[in-house]
Design a protein around this ligand. Structure first.
Ligand SMILES: C[S@@+](CC[C@H](N)C(=O)[O-])C[C@H]1O[C@@H](n2cnc3c(N)ncnc32)[C@H](O)[C@@H]1O
Length: 200
């Protein structure tokens, strides 16, 4: 039976039909349950530790993490997603927050007023564009923060292995200065949750 994964990465190949996926599946990645609580909690701790006042949340999906960030920090994230359906649903769920359609592979520079750019579980979907994104960050966001919440896989990763397969390799790949890192899992999980923060 078809699942939302078929619209994202299938048989080790990127599909990236996010709009169709959100139109067909109500709660992909179980967003309403806020899975990966270690990385999301660590992301919020990073925001507090580095006294960040404004955030561009890239890949906000249905908006549940934006709401959590708001409740914990008082920050209303500038939350963007490439899917119009996801943004409409997020606006309905959290009318007090700020959601907008944007493709961060092309629109990032528009948001240079923020203190921090956050990649919210989006890195696997923008791998080929990462060098260009890093270039825009270096040019337009110098002195600001890049915060990355990202899941890695315990020996089962098929896609993107030529880029990185674990947190240490990811940190090595990012051309900015590491400020903080957190990596956590439970014995029964097949994934490793991570949150890292870099100074651009
Ligand atoms: C794994 S979901 C994460 C959703 C939410 N941040 C969470 O952690 O539950 C990744 C999200 O990134 C969005 N996305 C993928 N490519 C994108 C792009 N180029 N620009 C903006 N959003 C993108 C997808 O539509 C999807 O909602």
């Amino acid at each position: 039976m078809e699942t939302y994964h078929d619209y994202v990465i299938k048989d080790g190949q990127f599909v990236g039909k996010f709009e169709e996926m959100y139109a067909k599946f109500d709660d992909p990645w179980m967003q309403s349950n806020q899975p990966n609580k270690y990385s999301r909690t660590a992301g919020i701790i990073h925001l507090k530790n580095f006294q960040i006042k404004s955030v561009l949340e890239c890949g906000c999906g249905l908006g549940y993490y934006a709401d959590w960030i708001f409740r914990e920090t008082g920050i209303v994230p500038h939350s963007v997603d490439v899917s119009e359906v996801a943004i409409q649903k997020a606006k309905t769920l959290f009318p007090n927050l700020h959601f907008e359609v944007a493709d961060i592979t092309s629109d990032l520079a528009k948001f240079k007023a923020v203190d921090c750019v956050m990649f919210a579980e989006i890195v696997w979907y923008i791998l080929p564009q990462l060098p260009d994104i890093f270039r825009v960050l270096a040019q337009e966001f110098k002195g600001k923060y890049l915060l990355v919440n990202q899941v890695f896989y315990k020996g089962s990763q098929k896609y993107g292995t030529e880029y990185f397969t674990n947190l240490a390799e990811f940190i090595n790949y990012v051309p900015f200065e590491l400020q903080g890192q957190c990596e956590a899992t439970t014995v029964g999980e097949s994934t490793i949750e991570t949150s890292t923060i870099f100074k651009i």
